[in-house]
Ligand binder design. Structure first.
Ligand code: ADE
Length: 242
């Protein structure tokens, strides 16, 4: 998968050189490049922002540097890359969206700062990109960079080969609409707290039932909104009793 990130703070994205994503880049599973938006300015001051038409607080990112940067990363025209524009005004990022994006050949992330990017850039980019404004959640960050770190990690780990043991992707939070079950390791007794006995029993059926019950209990307590969204057909008789 090819990923291009455009930002006025390319150093912010240095974290993508670390850990699983960094390793996947070294192994050629992810071809990820970070671009400095200021390299696409033409004035002496390398200006990327200006005052908003209509007035109001803050500054707006100018269209010209964005157009040049997007021209440079768009590719040869055969493909239609997905252009993700992190914004609190976007659709909320979910695990389902991460799975969808992991199927794409080319993702471009446009990190806005200040009050955002001139809206005409998004309209114009629609001719060559599948443009998607995406929000990390209902709160406001100072710019798109932190959101890109989160999205690239969530998507990148779903690209085949990036996570060594793909089984670990199966039983994690949100993979089946529920939060994941609690996990324990040695020692079996610690500060007078014992690991739930069933986990030491070796009875795989009982362990699976215990874990499923814990998933349901946890989700009902912490995220009742997810229980509302569950497909009734995905629940068995024991689930309903939990
Ligand atoms: N930029 C500013 N706030 C954001 C958010 N909540 N999600 C994504 N990008 C943002």
């Amino acid at each position: 998968m090819r990923i291009d990130v455009v930002s006025i703070f390319p150093e912010y994205l240095a974290a993508l050189e670390l850990s699983l994503i960094g390793k996947a880049r070294q192994e050629g599973l992810l071809d990820l490049a970070v671009h400095d938006l200021r390299e696409f300015t033409t004035d002496r001051h390398r200006t990327v922002d200006d005052t908003p038409y209509g007035g109001g607080a803050g500054m707006v990112m100018k269209p010209e540097p964005w157009a040049s940067a997007l021209d440079a990363v768009a590719g040869d025209g055969d493909e239609r890359p997905v252009l993700i524009v992190p914004s609190p005004a976007g659709a909320v990022f979910t695990q389902a969206m991460a799975y969808e994006l992991a199927e794409e050949k080319h993702l471009v992330f446009a990190c806005g700062r200040y009050e955002g990017i001139d809206e005409r850039v998004l309209e114009w980019a629609g001719e060559r990109f599948d443009v998607r404004p995406v929000s990390l959640g209902d709160y406001v960050l100072n710019g798109g960079e932190v959101a890109v770190l989160a999205m690239v990690e969530a998507v990148g780990r779903l690209v085949p080969g990036v996570v060594g043991n793909p089984e670990s992707l199966v039983e994690e939070s949100h993979s089946d609409g529920l939060l994941e079950y609690p996990v324990y390791t040695k020692p079996s007794a610690w500060r007078e707290r014992a690991v739930p006995e069933v986990l030491l029993s070796g009875n795989h059926g009982k362990i699976a039932r215990f874990r499923r019950d814990e998933q349901l209990r946890r989700t009902a307590a912490r995220r009742p909104d997810l229980i509302e969204k569950l497909d009734a057909a995905s629940l068995d008789k024991a689930d309903r009793a939990t």
